[in-house]
Design a binder for this molecule. Structure first.
Ligand code: S3P
Length: 448
């Protein structure tokens, strides 16, 4: 089905989908576990962390700052155990070269936050996609805190230069776009701040940073007073801690859509992270009529975890508002595919932030699904997808599709290929390894 030597992949219609999968470690949690282990002095073990390229970029950048990160045992299914030994942030060394964030916006923005409060100079750069990701949203608050931060194109695009300082000033920040990366950058910088740092969001974004800081001894409170507020006492010490990383719900999303849309499917996804700020995709798919069973698991992970079972369902169109988009930001491409298989027209409102991801995901999803025969209209920042339930293959017919080198588009179109009649060819499927290294192996397993 895939040629490992090539970047392209061909996917044929699957007659049925069956199987049980264990997903890669959650990407967001793994980045944070690595960064917090590096800030703390001592040893931290990270079990079942993501072995995707993005998290390996974070590990590589931290190693360049003098943190020792050893992989333990053999990596399997996109999960790897790591032992992190750090002298503590105060013992980091100035990196000799540019820190390479690769394709990873989370590496770029979270590290910029930590480095803002660390008296070193560093330059963070990445691939062509990363060089198109906006950074003004972190430069402005980090400068207000007292760090010296510069970027290309009038301080809007990477590479990013950070000259850190400690202590920083505490600020109250109200991000203009809902972004967990911006919130996290400010909290991580806030570890070096004098006083109380506050981030006020209009929509609650993923809260892994807050939970993990709390678990490591930092005084962080979260509450709602019209805004979603996170308040942290600055000048805090982060304690080392072992972490077991749950399966990535954003990776689960592809299989939830595949299993719900395919007429002969049952898929079980074990050990998936079900943090309330991450599982909107499950709720949105259920609103569409997807049959998804959730069995909560008791584990030693610090986040809620469960097993998800999805089976063939009759999907119907829904309205997705801007708050839903923010809560399911990474799962919207997969959700668009579900919409193409549903009865009626799904409208997705206020999705503009999708243009700032690894690619312009509004254009990418519209072009790719249209190439396969779906009916997708883009109106400004809104998408309208006319589903074709009842038509064989949902009216999807295999064709060459462009993934724009974007992992989530590649995996969405691969799943579309399982539903479509005939053969679908992806120009670049290798990007799946950014978050889900074993994706095509799992695809072969469930469709065999
Ligand atoms: C992430 C936050 C989101 C998301 C990204 C991971 C994180 O980005 O799209 O994949 O780990 O904090 P934004 O904060 O820019 O929305």
């Amino acid at each position: 089905m895939t040629d490992p030597a090539a970047r392209t992949a061909s996917i044929r219609h699957a007659r049925h989908l069956r199987g049980t999968l264990r997903l890669p470690g959650d990407k967001s949690i793994t980045h944070r576990a690595l960064i917090l282990a590096a800030i703390a002095e001592g040893e931290s073990r990270i079990r079942d962390g993501s072995d995707g390229l993005d998290c390996n970029s974070t590990a590589g950048a931290l190693a360049a700052l003098g943190v020792r990160i050893e992989r333990r045992g053999s990596a399997e299914g996109g999960r790897v155990d790591r032992l992190v030994r750090s002298p503590g942030r105060g013992g980091w060394s100035e990196p000799a070269g540019v820190l390479d964030a690769g394709n990873s916006g989370t590496t770029l923005r979270l590290l910029a936050g930590v480095l803002a409060g660390t008296p070193l100079r560093a330059v963070i750069d990445g691939d062509d996609s990363l060089r198109r990701r906006p950074v003004a949203r972190i430069i402005e608050p980090l400068r207000r805190m007292g760090a010296t931060v510069h970027a290309r194109a009038a301080d809007t695009l990477p590479p990013l230069t950070v000259e850190g300082r400690s202590p920083l000033e505490a600020i109250v920040h109200r991000p203009t776009v809902p972004s967990a990366q911006v919130k996290s950058a400010i909290l991580l910088a806030g570890l070096s701040a004098r006083g109380t740092v506050e981030v006020r969001e209009a929509v609650a974004t993923r809260d892994h940073t807050e939970r993990m800081l709390r678990d490591r001894g930092v005084d962080v409170t979260s509450f709602e007073d019209g805004d979603w507020v996170v308040r942290m006492e600055g000048g805090a010490t982060v304690q080392p801690r072992d972490e077991r990383v749950p399966g990535d719900v954003s990776a689960a999303a592809f299989w939830l859509v595949a299993g719900a849309a395919h007429p002969d499917a049952e898929l079980t996804l074990e050990g998936v992270g079900l943090n309330p700020t991450r599982r909107a995709v499950v709720e949105l798919l259920r609103r569409m009529g997807a049959e998804i069973r959730v069995e909560p698991l008791a584990t030693d992970a610090s986040e809620p975890v469960g097993t998800l079972t999805v089976s063939s369902s009759r999907l119907r169109a829904i309205e997705v508002d801007a708050a839903d988009v923010a809560r399911a930001i990474d799962e919207i491409p997969a959700l668009c595919l579900a919409a193409a298989c549903a009865e009626g027209t799904t409208r997705i409102h206020g999705a503009g932030e999708l243009r700032n991801k690894e690619s312009d995901r509004i254009a990418g999803i519209a072009d790719g699904l249209s190439a396969l025969g779906a009916r997708v209209a883009v109106e400004g920042d809104d998408l309208a997808i006319e589903g074709r339930a009842g038509v064989p293959g949902f009216g999807l017919v295999g064709a060459p599709v462009r993934t724009l080198g974007d992992h989530r588009l590649a995996m969405t179109f691969a799943v579309a290929g399982l539903l479509a009649e005939g053969e679908t060819t992806l120009d670049d499927a290798a990007s799946a390894a950014v978050s889900y290294p074993g994706f095509f192996r799992d695809l072969e397993r469930v469709s065999a």
